[in-house]
Design a protein around this ligand. Structure first.
Ligand code: ADP
Ligand code: MG
Length: 253
């Protein structure tokens, strides 16, 4: 049975999508069969894997609001073994439309539970909010992976996120576990990066990934080519670090 990992943090720009796309593709080249689910209306994971969101006929919206089967929505990617449930801007409406829908928190779970046997990993890229799309993601997930950007306000908002995780555990998904805290955009020349590392290490200990994602310009260039880092520049520090992360995730499986 596949493991479902939600990549979540209500802050924007912390490396959720970069992590979801590059962890997924690194897992896929390690021979795992992987499904990435784009739950962000901004559809950066979708475009980062080479699809133009506005040209897509169907998206995850049609599954969670319209109850269309994922089989009709799943796309292949350039990476062998990596499949995508795309997003497009219509997903913005889901946040509002779902409010009045029955079992609105478990819409995604219902669909992913049917696909769990077909994949080794299902990675969900969450939007930068704690609304119904993130709640659906955390309700469907086995674990949550939290990227933290190495910057001054790194820990700000984290207690709110951990509180949401606790509430989901108490009310919707008792088995939800923490996959780990992932430091992103680490710059060893920057004292602040080191300070964030020290603080997070002290607080989270084993819950922190050993792998740290460095700030690497190749990681920021790859999406504009519609490519994951392993296809764009496999020898970059960025590619190396996400391959390490994939190994760690597999060893925790
Ligand atoms: P989120 O999904 O949390 O909003 P993104 O993954 O889109 O964050 O990252 C925000 C921006 O930072 C993007 O432009 C991305 O290319 C860039 N970025 C992410 N991780 C790195 C990194 N390790 N090094 C350099 N740039 C990065
Ligand atoms: Mg994103």
């Amino acid at each position: 049975m596949g493991k479902i990992i939600a990549v979540a943090n209500q802050k924007g720009g912390v490396g959720k999508t970069t992590t979801a796309v590059n962890l997924s593709s690194a897992l896929a080249i390690a021979e795992a069969k992987v499904l990435i689910v784009d739950m962000d209306p901004q559809a950066n994971a979708t475009s980062g894997l080479g699809y133009l969101p506005h040209e897509l006929e169907k998206s995850v919206y049609d599954a969670i609001v319209g109850d269309v089967s994922l089989d009709e929505i799943i796309l292949e990617t350039q990476i062998n073994n990596l499949y995508l449930v795309p997003s497009k801007i219509d997903l913005t409406a889901a946040e509002i439309e779902l409010v009045t829908v029955l079992s609105r928190e478990t819409r995604l779970k219902k669909h992913l539970d049917m696909k769990k046997d077909d994949f080794d990993f299902i990675i969900i890229d969450c939007p930068p909010s704690l609304g119904l799309l993130t709640i659906n993601s955390l309700t469907a997930a086995d674990t949550v992976l939290i990227p933290l950007q190495c910057e001054y306000y790194a820990l700000e908002g984290l207690s709110q996120l951990l509180n949401t995780v606790r509430l989901i555990r108490e009310n919707l998904n008792p088995e939800l576990k923490l996959e780990g805290i992932l430091l992103t955009m680490y710059d060893p020349r920057n004292n602040l990066s080191k300070e964030v590392y020290r603080q997070v290490r002290e607080y989270f200990r084993e819950d922190m990934f050993r792998t740290i994602i460095p700030r690497n310009v190749k990681l920021s260039e790859a999406p504009s080519h519609g490519l994951p880092i392993i296809s764009y520049d496999i020898r970059s520090k960025g590619a190396e670090s996400y391959i390490e992360l994939a190994k760690e995730v597999i060893s925790r499986r």
